[in-house]
Design a protein. Structure first.
Length: 256
């Protein structure tokens, strides 16, 4: 019913315009063509009345068209833009943790590597993996493990700088891409993240540790090769004793 009202009113304005011009023609015919008395003055007044009435009805029609069609179309266009933005965001966001996904990581690495090659900029990355997540899933259920990953992703987002980016690479492995820092700084940052995670308490009273690895991007790097270096350093850190390093083109640090 709400949507049909503008169409009804629009139809009424069409009828009104038709009646107005019909009456104007009839009056012109009766008084000007037949009687011809004061024809010029009456014709001018009649013309003004018809024109004024017609303009009013046309203005009403324009308002009805705007409210019934143009305004909803503008709202629909805004909704489509919001939906398009949401779809683009989902395409680069991990469904569980809401940090960036692997596809976005590879795209961002390519961009930073180009900056390193072209502008001799610095950029590094930190890879971290949750120690013992399988035990959490086994003892407390998969949902507890999922909550842990969500909480860890939130902690990482809060701890990084504004221009750093957090990604979920695969499973329980995360990557932090940190522009404008070298390998040494990345190693210190990785150790800081490792300690902060170890000190944090997560949902369900969980305390965890993470193994970390860090590395600096070079001008001749490719995303897969760089990630493989980080992964190799992470594997060495996981196998090493507490406090020992597994190097990955920067520093690799074991869990505390």
């Amino acid at each position: 019913m709400q949507r049909s009202r503008p169409a009804v009113f629009y139809g009424l304005t069409i009828i009104g315009l038709a009646l107005l011009f019909a009456l104007g023609f009839m009056g012109y015919y009766e008084f000007v063509l037949k009687i011809r008395a004061d024809a010029a003055a009456w014709a001018a007044q009649a013309g003004l009345a018809v024109a004024g009435g017609g303009l009013v009805l046309l203005a009403i029609q324009a308002l009805l068209v705007f409210r019934a069609f143009i305004h909803p179309l503008a709202r629909d266009e805004e909704r489509l833009e919001e939906l398009d933005e949401a779809v683009r965001r989902l395409a680069v966001t991990d469904e569980l943790t809401r940090v960036y996904n692997r596809a976005k990581l590879e795209e961002s690495l390519l961009r930073e590597m180009e900056h390193v090659r072209r502008y001799k900029a610095k950029a590094s990355a930190v890879m971290l993996d949750v120690d013992g997540l399988g035990g959490v899933n086994r003892d407390r259920g998969d949902r507890a493990g999922d909550r842990l990953l969500v909480n860890l992703a939130g902690l990482l987002r809060r701890r990084v700088r504004k221009n750093d980016m957090v990604f979920r690479w695969r499973g329980d492995t995360f990557v932090i891409l940190a522009p404008h820092i070298d390998g040494g700084q990345a190693g210190r940052f990785a150790d800081k993240v490792r300690r902060e995670v170890a000190e944090a308490e997560f949902d369900d009273g969980l305390h965890i540790t993470v193994s970390v690895s860090s590395g600096e991007l070079s001008g001749d790097d490719a995303p897969d090769a760089f990630l493989a270096r980080l992964k190799a350093g992470l594997s060495r850190a996981q196998a090493a004793s507490v406090g020992e390093a597994g190097l990955s083109g920067g520093e690799g640090l074991s869990a505390a």
